[in-house]
Structure formats: C-alpha cells, structure tokens
Design a protein around this ligand. Structure first.
Ligand code: CA
Length: 389
C-alpha cells in the first residue's frame, strides 16, 4: 500500500495536463470494479453544444451562454463566505465574461467533499531526489491491470470500434493498442469513469486544498469554459475525485487543448468512444509520438554497475554507454541514442528495459515509469489477443 501512496504523491508533485489521480484511487481501493458503472455517454452530453467538427481543438467562445438556471446574489451553502471563491468569481466575470449571479448560484450548490480533503492531506510529501521504488513493487502494480479482464475487454473494444481506431491510427500515427492501453488502465474502456461530480471535486480542491490550489483553480476555470463552450450544465458531469473525465480521464485543461470531435457530430465528448479515441491519439501525437517507432525494448543486465545506475523514464543514455555497463537488449534495438534505462522491481528480481521516445510520450499522460510500462504491456497483450496470436 505504501507504494500506492508514493505513486499518488509523485503524481501530485508533478502535475501533468492529464492528472492521473484516478489511477491512484483505483490503486488505493485495490479494485477498479468497486466503483459503480457510469452510462456512456451520459444524457447531459447529448444536447446542445457548439463544437466544430474539424477534429482539432478550438478556441473559447466567450459569447456562448452558460447552461443551467443558476442565479443568486451571493454564494450560499458549503462555500458561503469563501473569499478565495468570491475572488475567483470576480475574475471569471471580468476575464471570461460570465454572469456573477450565474456563478454565485452555481457555487451555492457545490459540495465540499471532506473525504477528498482528508485523503489528500493523508499523503505525506515525497522526499526529493527520487526515492528508489521498493523491491517487488512492479509486480504488485502491474497485476491490477495486466489481467484477463483488461485484455479481453480491450480486444472486444477494438473489434467494436475498429473503424475509428484505424482512422485515428492513420491520422495521428498512434497504433490502436496504445489508445486501448490508456483506456484500459484509466477506466476499463469506459466501464469505470468515476462517480464524483466534477464541480464538487474541483471546487473542493481549488479552495480547500491549499497545497495545490493554483493548479486546481486553473482546472476549475477550464472546466467552466469547457461547459460553456460545449453547452452542458457544469453541475452534471461526473468523473474522478480529482476532476478527470471520460474514457481517457482528461482533466479540463487537457480537454481544452487536446480533445477532438472525432465522430464529426459537432461536439467534443470525452464520454463518447470515438471522440475519446481521437482525443487520446491527438494527445500522443501532440506530445511527440513517432509513428512506426518502438516503445520499449527488453534488456538483460546482471552487472552490479547497472544496478547502481540511475534509472527511470527521464534518464538519457546511448546504447554504447549502456552496453559498456553490461546492458544487453534481447531484441534488436533500432535506436542508439536517447534511451531511458527502465528498472522494474519485480518480486522475482529487477527487470530492465530500454525506453524509447514513445515510452516517454506515454509518461506525458502520467509521469510514472510503472504506469507507462503497464500501458505498453497491456497494449501488447491486447494486440496479441485481437490478432489471435
Ligand atoms: Ca463528437
């Protein structure tokens, strides 16, 4: 369990455009299926909307009318008297053109989530300098995702959405199995997209969790812009306790920057499988995915020299250096430079891999070596099942 705390703390110290707190929650609960299923797409996503159908991110429409009959002179309820919230509302009025009465009314029905505050406060800061993962941690980590459920449902999802996955692969250069690897780890292909109201999650973390207030205040801003742009009531969507949404668990800031309308219905809908496929693919493409290049190459390394070398997704070695240290790729390694030495602390002993640029791109989704390797191995397992290998 300690490892899970380390993981989630690491994520909190290293906020990414897509915050993977959902993963931390799944790890903490120990079983992703403990959360109730959420329909896909939810009813709120089927009405209204102003998104273009170009398949690319679009600019904010300040002229759009926010959805929801909210109106109040002041904020009442859980957030009555919060001066930071009142200042936030003033900023949204002055900088983004929202109605003060609308936001007062909206936040009057937002709930302060004590469980989230307690949970976040329990997380002790991780020591700087990168504590070495504990022995056996990889085995425990990956076992929660590299199982029959994730593989079989991934292959089934591929069959069901083969056309969209193929189209995304051609457009963005990202193979279907890696899109599925993300969806599988994040939400079991939409089966577990979270049941926390986003407005409660982000309001709580923005105004009751000072350590990350700046980050979550920006996400709350982006969420209100997202809701107004896409024409949905901001009190309706549900997701992770940290505000991540849909099959790929995009945070609002990531939605604004990288989500696409991939089925051409005029809306960007993170709960729609096709839009989620396009959005994850676009996210990878925009973060430097190299089509036709490998993700990771397994290696053998038995020398004590390697055991003491710095490892992780953010290390940089060339093959000459690694070979001299006793690292031997067990497959052809088509790249000589900018290799990341990956150490997986399995129960049977440490395993070594060489991570390539595309491995690093996966860590842009979640700043964690074990996360990215889980996505890679799940992707390969899904592909083998789909291909009937
Ligand atoms: Ca769409």
């Amino acid at each position: 369990m300690l490892r899970f705390f380390v993981v989630i703390n690491f994520m909190m110290r290293n906020p990414l455009p897509i915050q993977k707190l959902m993963l931390g929650l799944l790890l903490l609960t120990g079983c992703a299926t403990q959360q109730p299923m959420t329909p896909i797409p939810p009813e709120w996503a089927k009405t209204g909307g102003t998104a273009d159908a170009s398949g690319t991110a679009k600019t904010i429409n300040r002229q759009a009318t926010p959805v929801g009959h909210y109106r109040a002179a002041t904020v009442t309820g859980d957030y009555a008297g919060y001066s930071d919230l009142n200042r936030f509302i003033e900023r949204m009025v002055n900088e983004q053109g929202f109605s003060r009465e609308y936001l007062n009314g909206l936040f009057s029905q937002a709930h302060r989530k004590q469980w989230t505050i307690d949970y976040m406060n329990k997380q002790a800061p991780v020591p700087s300098g990168g504590a070495k993962p504990r022995a056996g941690g990889w085995t425990t980590f990956c076992a929660r995702f590299l199982d029959e459920q994730h593989i079989a449902k991934g292959a089934a999802f591929w069959r069901q959405h083969a056309q969209a996955l193929q189209r995304a692969s051609e457009r963005y250069g990202v193979p279907p199995e890696y899109v599925l690897g993300i969806m599988g780890v994040e939400t079991i292909y939409g089966g577990n997209v979270g049941n926390h109201r986003i407005i409660d999650a982000l309001t709580t973390l923005a105004f009751d969790y000072p350590r990350r207030a700046e980050y979550f205040t920006q996400e709350l801003t982006d969420f209100l812009l997202m809701a107004r742009n896409e024409g949905f009531d901001p009190s309706q969507p549900v997701g992770s306790f940290a505000g991540a949404m849909g099959l790929g668990q995009f945070m609002p800031g990531s939605f604004l920057r990288w989500a696409v309308d991939f089925d051409g219905d005029g809306r960007r809908n993170l709960w729609d499988p096709e839009d989620a496929i396009g959005s994850i693919s676009n996210y990878f493409a925009e973060h430097g995915w190299r089509p036709s290049e490998p993700v990771a190459t397994p290696a053998i390394a038995n020398s004590p020299v390697v055991q003491n070398m710095e490892a992780g997704f953010d290390t940089h070695y060339n093959l000459t250096t690694l070979t001299a240290a006793g690292v031997r790729p067990v497959q052809a390694c088509p790249v000589n430079d900018d290799l990341r030495l990956l150490r997986l602390r399995a129960k049977s002993g440490d395993e070594y891999w060489l991570g390539h640029q595309n491995f690093y791109v996966i860590t842009r989704y979640n700043n964690n070596t074990y996360y990215a390797m889980t996505v890679h191995q799940l992707a390969q397992a899904i592909k083998a099942r789909y291909m009937g290998l």
